[in-house]
Design a protein. Sequence first.
Length: 526
Amino acid sequence: MLNSLRLRAIFYALICIIALFFLTPTLVKELPDFWKQKLPSDKIRLGLDLQGGMHLVLEVDTEKAIESMLERFSGNLRDTLMAQKIRFRNVERTGQTVSLELTNPADRVELGKIIHDIYQDYVIISSSPIGDGRERVFLGLKKSRVDEIKKMTVEQSLETIRNRIDQFGITEPEIIPQGDDRILIQLPGVTDANRAKSLIGKTALLEFKLVDDKNSLDEALRGNIPAGSVIAHGAARRGEVYLLKEKALLSGDALESARVEIGDRFGAPHVSMRFNSQGARDFERITGENVKKQLAIVLDGIVYSAPVIRDRIAGGQAIIEGSFTMEQARDLAIVLRAGALPAPVNILEERTVGPSLGQDSIRSGIWSCLASGLLIILFMAFYYRLSGMIANLALVLNIVMLLGFMAMIKATLTLPGIAGIILIIGIAVDANVLICERIREEMRIGKTPRAAVEAGYAKAFLTIFDTNITSFIVALFLFGFGAGPVKGFAVTLTIGIITSMFTSVYITRLVYDYILWNFKVEKLSI
């Protein structure tokens, strides 16, 4: 019995020490240097409602993703029809359809074969004669493909935003889908709201396009934009305007990395880009074929620079220069590394929680826990005497272990989580009340203290276990399917049920066994 008692005491003490070890960084203001370097130093993470930060609801413009795909399809279809020597005119996208004119009605069958064999995701919606033997044909995406693209667009947007936020350095962000086309984002500790919104919402579509030097920019500005060209504005404040070839020779998909560097001449920051192996080969080919031409670097439709290609560029590297601050250059590198959003996002809802409000919530939560805990401690000590003090010891250890294990698994404490802690206090005390009452019943029928404790724990255990396991299952479902405040409540409830079961049943039993074994108690104070 003595050896068993010692082994249990060592094992239980080890668990309590581990919990206290991980809780120490939260309790101590300044940790020693050796602790910071060698040991875990993460404090309990606070949620948005306690730490302050940003709450955003974004809407992904999935219609734009469909339109972009149809735009690419119209260009590819034009090239295919020319390769197949099918005569056509005016291939253009209008809304979510692509239309073209066939000058020879016999080519209608050939067009159907091309759509069936090459572009299986598209269908011919309708056609109508327009005179002179010409026919206008309307094409669009299949309904199943439209739904698939919308779903993939939201998923890709969510993943891209998550990558950007991770590189931004925010701990424990909440990024989850809402409905079919919305994304909920919570960013604890964010103070620069404008920078965060710019980082999250920037489309970051990087393209390399040739400057159109064969047509007049002045004529294009008067409205005579030549076919296959577009007007783009420069990022600098001088108001440069460029006439660019519409077709992009290379896009941001070919990027492997992007980082901030300091320029040699004026010490201004710029973004250095490195392409992947295929991108490097394409970039070398593009620069080799267009020596002495201007190659514009376009980000989200804005020209950041348009240098003249002096020679073939090998090695797969390029830079984006501009009037950047270090912060702007760093943010640009982040969005380029994370990739472009597949569609624009719109901010539907924005809330900012100030840190002072969070401190008020923490203060109120702590006072609630202290007040409820103190009242319960006084009641247990008055009503159950020594047994009540044993229950109080278990209650204190329960809170220490709950917070310690939250710090260990890097769980986030929220305001609903504090409510969960208060609930756990009640659950833990309820278990001890049940044990004490069962021991009292056994002592009333004349059993010795040791026999009464043995029978009391045996009878109370199944009831405590059933109650806790049902609560634990509910907490798991809340954690798995809940979001925001519900999930914060479920975190503390899930961990708290485990720690309360351990302290209320096993820790208290160890104390009873120690007292009964060492002090030969004839009458138990209960």
